[in-house]
Write a protein that binds this ligand. Structure first.
Ligand code: ADP
Ligand code: MG
Length: 251
């Protein structure tokens, strides 16, 4: 579904992503972990065309998407959520999903002219289905900015799902959540992946990642240091060292 080959991205002298080769199979929930600054978000940014690759290639399905523009990547069925949420605080929950569905993130829904009433009704129904699926149905008319964080993250997910992506990239979907909220988010991710959607999940919460993902890749300084089943990867000496070294560095 997604394949990268020796993918690299430098920022000045900093190698944020270094010759990363990965394959994510269709329908897989694949985990991407690593200490802060190890290049996880950069991978999402390069795959989605936010930053061009410095070197290497990216394929989606069988088709090469290296260095396409973000809008072109979205059109090919890739959606993502952001570590720092990108919802519209002063729009309602419903409007946020509606706007995402139209791919017109800056236009307010009431400014849209939709001459086709039947199509509009169908789109509204689809927004409601998405809110239902993400547990936000009873909050449709609330302002997004007024939601508690877990609901804001659900809304971010609903927006990503609005165009029914084949590949969903989730950047710390349980960031800032309590263990119970995290479990609920993991269950939700499992549900949205169930119809065979491919998901790649960046997360620091190892319990969640182990329970959710069949396979993991661990990055450190932009390089892959381990890949495989969660149990094997999380007990790998290089992985333990990367995390310990990082915590020691933070202290
Ligand atoms: N736009 C940018 N300009 C300069 N440096 C960047 C930029 N984006 C990321 N970086 C750097 O690249 C490295 C990897 O960052 P990132 O991919 O965000 O890490 P992670 O998501 O794993 O915490 C970090 O050192 C970060 O400071
Ligand atoms: Mg990040």
């Amino acid at each position: 579904m997604l394949r990268t080959e020796a993918l690299s991205r430098a920022f000045g002298g900093l190698q944020a992503l270094a010759e990363l080769s990965l394959e994510v199979a269709p329908g897989e929930i694949f985990g991407l972990i690593g200490p802060n600054g190890s290049g996880k978000t950069t991978l999402f940014n390069v795959v989605t065309g936010v930053y061009p690759a410095s070197a290497g290639r990216v394929w989606l399905g069988g088709e090469e998407i290296t260095n396409l523009k973000p809008a072109q990547v979205i059109r090919r069925g890739v959606a993502r959520t952001f570590q720092n949420l990108r919802i519209f605080q002063r729009m309602t929950v419903f409007e946020n999903v509606w706007a995402a569905q139209h791919g017109l993130p800056t236009l307010r829904p009431r400014e849209l002219v939709l001459p086709d009433r039947a199509a509009e009704a169908e789109r509204r129904a689809e927004v409601r289905r998405l809110l239902e699926a993400t547990g936000l149905a009873d909050r449709a008319e609330m302002l997004a900015g007024g939601l508690p964080l877990p609901d804001q993250r659900r809304l971010e997910l609903a927006r990503a799902l609005a165009r029914d992506p084949a590949l969903l990239l989730l950047d710390e979907p349980a960031g800032g959540m309590t263990p119970r909220e995290t479990e609920a988010m993991a269950a939700l991710i499992r549900e949205v992946a169930a119809p065979g959607r491919t998901c790649m999940v960046i997360e620091h919460k190892m319990d969640m990642i182990s329970a959710l993902c069949g396979r993991l890749c661990v990055l450190n300084f932009g390089r892959k240091i381990a890949e495989g089943a969660p149990d094997a990867v999380l007990s790998h000496p290089d992985v333990l060292e990367a995390y310990l070294g990082h915590e020691a560095g933070d202290a």
